[in-house]
Design a protein around this ligand. Structure first.
Ligand code: ATP
Length: 358
């Protein structure tokens, strides 16, 4: 099932929770709605489900305009973060609930039991059909919740931070497992998260939301390697930025034109965004930013250097191989392998983005 979201708007009082969202979700894809708290992710998910009536715009399920349809008519499956299973019902009855009492063709009890056992096998909880929710771990409960959502054979599966309340190790396991289930069942799945690692690892594409608007939609690689806006650059992965003047395709930092390839950006004040792994330390020569190392710390297989640059002591972070011989207090030059330049105060629409040739 393919979804088309057209100019979707939702206001709470005067507050625009969604301000004209356009998004195409492909049939069978796993797409993450990613953004900081309050960016509109849940509102968008609830609008897709039919739990929230938008103030404007349309939602198409395939060719069908579902904008005014009820939750039941849309035939979607849900899993929420704090999803209460029915406490007084065994796992089997929880999963069977939608098949027994939902819309659609009735199944016999034997067929329902068969389907529940198949789903328990899919979510790797064989043999637990007789337990009550209180006799399960948090991760197991979320898997039952997913089985229950899948039981109605939904056209679309909607997940709102389904693993949010679980500890990091369990989350990681469930992530891999969810991807596997998705590949086996092929449902179109929309997944809300504020955890970028989760979004990047799990999804085919990521839709980044900020203040009720879509900033960028792309594969995890596109989002990470070619952020379309300063917000996406800062939100995804580590980065630091420097104030620059953009002039005739050059980026000028404190009067020194940087030795980088042409910047495709309007002239004027801007910012140069750089990821720590894209900074190389060189001698402080022409064409590079000059700075002083003010901190060094070990970070996994690397060392992170805090570097103070320019008269305003802007901070740039560099990720260095541990064998590189540097010390706090060293005067260094900073060469940037990759970067993006954005004009100041012009986000969105899409801004100038330039890359150094590899
Ligand atoms: N029922 C409501 N009444 C008033 N304002 C609301 C309501 N629901 C959401 N909002 C506001 O709309 C904005 C978007 O909320 P939403 O829940 O979609 O954000 P989110 O990105 O899912 O955030 P989080 O990650 O914190 O769940 C927020 O500023 C929120 O305060």
């Amino acid at each position: 099932m393919e979804l088309k979201i057209r100019n979707l708007r939702k206001e709470y009082g005067n507050f625009p929770a969604l301000n004209g969202v356009n998004l195409d979700i492909r049939s069978g894809e796993l797409i993450a709605l990613l953004g900081p708290s309050g960016s509109g992710k849940t509102t968008l998910l609830r609008a897709i489900a039919g739990l929230e009536m938008p103030d404007g715009g349309q939602i198409f399920f395939g060719e069908r305009d579902a904008s005014r349809q009820s939750v039941q008519q849309r035939h979607v499956g849900f899993v929420f973060q704090h999803y209460a299973l029915f406490k007084h019902m065994k796992v089997l009855d929880n999963i069977a609930f939608g098949m027994r009492y939902g819309q659609g063709r009735r199944k016999s009890e034997a067929q329902i039991r068969q389907k529940v056992l198949e789903l328990l096998d899919l979510v790797q909880l064989n043999g637990l059909e007789g337990r009550y929710p209180s006799q399960l771990s948090g991760g197991q409960r979320q898997r039952v919740a997913l089985a229950r959502a899948l039981a109605i054979e939904p056209q679309v599966l909607l997940l709102d931070e389904p693993f949010g309340a679980l500890d990091a190790q369990v989350r990681k396991g469930l992530r891999r497992w969810l991807r596997q289930i998705h590949d086996e069942t092929g449902h179109t799945t929309v997944f809300v998260t504020h955890d970028q690692e989760e979004a990047m690892e799990l999804s085919d594409r990521v839709a980044v939301l900020h203040k009720g608007g879509l900033q960028q939609v792309g594969t995890p690689d596109e989002i990470y390697d070619n952020p379309a806006t300063p917000f996406v650059y800062a939100f995804i992965g580590d980065s630091t930025s420097l104030p620059v003047d953009l002039r005739n395709g050059e980026a000028v930092f404190e009067g020194r034109a940087l030795r980088i390839s042409r910047v495709d950006s309007p002239d004027g004040p801007g910012r140069l965004h750089i990821r720590p792994q894209d900074v190389t330390l060189t001698a402080p020569s022409d064409g590079v930013v000059h700075g002083k190392i003010i901190g060094l710390r070990r970070s996994g297989g690397y060392r992170r250097a805090d570097i103070s640059v320019g008269v305003k002591h802007d901070r740039v972070e560099a990720l260095l191989p541990p064998e590189q011989e540097v010390s706090v207090g060293d005067e260094v030059g900073l060469d940037f392998r990759r970067y993006a330049a954005f004009a100041e105060d012009r986000e969105p629409p899409k801004l100038g983005l330039a890359r150094k040739a590899a």
